[in-house]
Write a protein that binds this ligand. Structure first.
Ligand SMILES: C[S@@+](CC[C@H](N)C(=O)[O-])C[C@H]1O[C@@H](n2cnc3c(N)ncnc32)[C@H](O)[C@@H]1O
Length: 193
């Protein structure tokens, strides 16, 4: 049992590494988020209240699985992943609360419209915003922060600190270090007031 879980995790890590090496500019990392980082990314999401969570850059679903373990039976997770190989793994998660899309975050509006969703509770992002155009990221987040209900939150994983950038957009940004991750990571958390 232990050996099976270990080798299945190694396989997922290896598959992710292959996609990272092939498409580093798109994937933005060579390793998937470790368990401590995944838990930190979803720490604002409650386990006792129905919520709608949008997850950007879901990869093979490593954070998604943690989310699905945590949320209530009537909650929803909308996960978007651009890389087709990673999306196939994401979409193999058998859970009716998950709505997975092989698409770019630029189509988020249409995805939510098709699902009949106007407001969300949490926005969880692993998109490599650091290597994307600042003006695009700023316009994107300024738009979608208005979709998040009051008392909700935005979380973003990074491998460098960029607190001020998020503070200017959301009005607040807390930095959580996750030194135990490989490589050490930072989670930015902004509350919606
Ligand atoms: C750093 S990886 C994170 C993967 C996984 N969530 C994790 O935490 O290990 C970033 C992911 O964002 C995806 N991505 C990059 N640009 C995207 C875009 N414009 N739309 C959707 N997904 C994108 C990449 O393909 C990659 O899987």
């Amino acid at each position: 049992m232990f050996i099976h879980t270990f080798s299945s995790d190694m396989k997922k890590q290896l598959d992710f590494l292959i996609q990272g090496v092939k498409n580093i500019k798109e994937v933005g990392a060579l390793t998937r988020s470790g368990p401590i980082l995944c838990k930190k990314m979803i720490s604002p999401v409650p386990s006792d209240k129905d919520v709608i969570v949008v997850e950007l850059g879901a990869g093979d679903g490593v954070i998604t699985r943690h989310l699905l373990k945590k949320i209530t039976p009537n909650s929803k997770v909308i996960s978007i992943e651009l890389n087709e190989k990673l999306y196939i793994k994401l979409n193999s998660i058998d859970d009716q609360r998950l709505h997975a899309f092989n698409d770019t975050i630029e189509n988020l509006d249409k995805i939510l419209l098709d699902l009949g969703i106007e407001k969300i509770d949490y926005l969880v992002s692993a998109i490599p915003f650091l290597i994307m155009d600042n003006d695009f990221v700023s316009a994107f987040l300024n738009k979608y922060k208005t979709y998040i209900k009051p008392n909700g939150a935005f979380t973003q994983v990074h491998y460098a600190i960029k607190r001020k950038f998020y503070e200017e957009i959301f009005g607040n940004a807390k930095v959580h270090f996750v030194p135990a991750n490989v490589p050490p990571a930072v989670v930015i958390e902004s509350k919606i007031v």
